[in-house]
Design a binder for this molecule. Structure first.
Ligand code: PLP
Length: 341
């Protein structure tokens, strides 16, 4: 049975479906067996993205979770630890994979309001070389995090600091292109200071699947071994890589429209009297009084709108939501009959 499909889906930028142009690129993709290193489309995607970000090497993954996990396992061994934000995907939203599958201890640290982790917290968390402690090996950050762009001065300072302390640095850059477009900087500038970076093609860029891990040649060789152990060796992966290449070529500048749409939606919701957090990229966070949560969700569904309604509701703009649909969503919020107690 088909799940109901809603015209306006604000749950995430992962819900985007491949466009006709992307599907054509997939259909025409030249492919081979990527476990043998033979897939020309996968190889091309890896070469293109490594060059674009200024890294030696790149590796294509089915998912960002697998890319992040392979990165953590390549940086850290059994009994090592990584410093990571409480709110980070690599800590909170990956089932503890680093600990469960990698024997790596996470040391979660409070995120600041801007999404960073303070140098003081990092300093205090680095363990001395002592039999009592795990070996602190890695600092893992995320950009964007919860729709927020990390300040570039902070990124420079914290990665320099981590390296000076002998740590490696990993960036979960699932939405790094949102930061790049928002700050109007180039790719190498956005990821400077990181030894490895994971980039998602299946979020705002609109590919049906795929992430790419960036790093040195040696690091990527190690990550490739872990990818295979994690069941991530794909055969004719070029069908997916072609979608990624298409996304990189066609869907990056349009992220600015997603950001403008989020700003527009936030402004509209404020005029209803709702408490909306400042938006930076493609995510709008709005407070919904707890008693209104179920009725608002039902009201929106009647208007053909799907959203994850909680007391801190996240609404995400994306490629499949042109301004007219965002305006319709705003109107549906406005028409909700139960705002006043
Ligand atoms: C989506 C996402 C990932 C990877 O998720 P997958 O669903 O496994 O592709 C990693 N980090 C962040 C911040 C994400 O948003």
């Amino acid at each position: 049975m088909d799940a109901p499909r809603y015209d306006i889906d604000l749950r995430s930028d992962t819900v985007t479906r491949p466009s006709p142009g992307m599907r054509a690129a997939m259909a025409e993709a030249d492919v081979g067996d990527d476990v043998y290193g033979d897939d020309p489309s996968v190889n091309r995607l890896q070469a293109v993205i490594a060059e674009r970000f200024g890294f030696e090497s790149a590796l294509f993954f089915a998912t960002g979770t697998q890319s992040n996990l392979s990165a953590l396992m390549s940086h850290c061994g059994r009994g090592d630890e990584y410093l990571v934000g409480q709110e980070a995907h690599t800590y909170k939203y990956e089932q503890g994979g680093a600990a469960v599958l990698g024997s790596i201890q996470p040391q979660p640290l409070e995120n600041e309001a801007d999404g960073g982790i303070s140098l003081l917290r990092i300093t205090n968390a680095i363990k001395p070389d002592d039999d009592h402690f795990a070996r602190t090996r890695l600092l893992a950050l995320e950009n964007t995090i919860g729709g927020r762009v990390l300040p570039m001065a902070y990124v420079r300072e914290v990665t320099d600091f981590a390296h000076a302390q002998g740590l490696c640095t990993h960036l979960d850059g699932a939405r790094i292109f949102n930061a790049i477009v928002k700050l109007d900087i180039d790719e190498p500038a956005a990821v400077a200071g990181f030894d490895s970076v994971s980039v998602c093609l299946s979020k705002g860029l609109g590919a049906p699947a795929g992430s790419v891990l960036l790093g040195s040649r040696d690091f990527i060789a190690q990550a490739r071994r872990w990818r295979k152990a994690l069941g991530g060796g794909m055969r004719q992966g070029g069908v997916l890589a072609a979608a990624g290449l298409y996304a990189l070529e066609h869907h990056v500048p349009q992220l600015a429209q997603d950001h403008a749409n989020a700003e527009f939606l936030a402004e509209e919701l404020r005029t209803i009297g709702l408490q909306v957090e400042p938006t930076q990229t493609n995510m709008v966070y709005v407070r919904i009084p707890a008693p209104k949560v179920p009725s608002l969700k039902a009201h929106l569904q009647q208007r053909d709108i799907l959203a994850t309604i909680t007391t801190r509701t996240r609404l995400v703009t994306h490629l499949d939501l042109p301004r007219r649909k965002i305006a319709a969503a705003a109107q549906a919020f406005r028409d909700f009959p139960h705002w006043d107690p």
